[in-house]
Design a protein around this ligand. Sequence first.
Ligand code: CTP
Length: 407
Amino acid sequence: MRIYKVGGAVRDRLLGKPVTDIDWVVVGATTEEMLAKGFRPVGADFPVFLHPNSGEEYALARTERKSGRGYGGFTFHASPEVTLEEDLIRRDLTINAMAEDDQQNLTDPYHGQRDLEARLLRHVSPAFAEDPLRVLRVARFAARYAALGFTVAPETLELMRQLSESGELEALTPERSWKEISRALMENQPQVFIEVLRACGALKVLMPEVDALFGVPQPPAHHPEIDTGVHTLSVLQQAALHKQPLTVRWACLLHDLGKGLTPEQEWPQHIAHEFKGLKLIKAVNERFKAPRDCQELAMLVGEYHTHGHRALELKPSTLLELLQSFDVYRRPQRFEEFIAACEMDARGREGLEQRSYPQADYLRGAATAARTIAVQPLLEKGFKGPELGEAIKRERLKALKAYKENA
Ligand code: CTP
């Protein structure tokens, strides 16, 4: 039995990046031998085991063949005869298809090291096409390593295009797709993920609502970059630069979907795009079964981002409605995330990246003003039920009027 480190751990060590989890491949062993050594099987007929102490994954060297459509359509062949080279050739990218023994001797039959130096994301073999999730993986790696100068090799992009056109992406489960999307959005250059998906035609399949934003103009006075797709990518980039959480990044990506629905004769205006976009945001949310906090924030930011920008002009009653919509009294964090998404939207415009955004503090102040209303004195005055609700609202409105006058 020979054991090698494989995949991301080898890649990241060679790149000088921190290695978080290590995957191992075991050549020349049987399931029985692994079990006898105390390894715990991961699944019934999947040749992967967990180390009894470290919990790291050890996979028997295997070949994989696609026997049908979708993720279920695989047959695995793991046996002591499968060589390291045979195991590596079925992997996605050359930079992920290197192995290392315990002396750090590299096995690199598909020239991963050469591609690391050339900063190229290149598929290992036609077996790439056996898992369509790899289209998303490559786009994610492109986002992660963009700062190092990595690009997708033209022949790999072509293969990704064929896969996107083949209908295979539709067979991906929402869970697998979301895992890639959410990880990609948390990279430093998440906009590259979307760009690569767009370049290979996968964006049109996965998120046609986002794809449709490219080529849609906006008024140059507010949007010097003009193109809505370009704007969306800049907003996402700002969200990453400002280290925003996933909820905010997801909301940034989807905030302007309504602009893709505007009839051409109305361009570059987008009247009521906030409201019109809601059904599209809902559809994308549900397609990927995004977590509830991501779904909620995306819907709220979609509906109210223009309110955020116009905060200083809003009537106290509108301000109150905004705060109520966010349930800012019980969910202060969500309102903070809304403010952050609005600020990213304001900065994700050509030449305006450094602008100040006084709306943020103004909105925070309004939330504080409304939150200071105490319920107890109203209870003591005898208000209850719906009347109590109305009384609280009146007091909050009063507080917001005073706040606006003094701001
Ligand atoms: N792999 C693959 N195709 C996939 C998933 C994984 O070929 N769809 C292979 C690659 O060789 C990869 C290894 O399995 O390097 C481990 O996969 P994973 O842990 O998902 O990714 P890493 O490459 O380790 O990358 P990350 O740093 O993103 O975890």
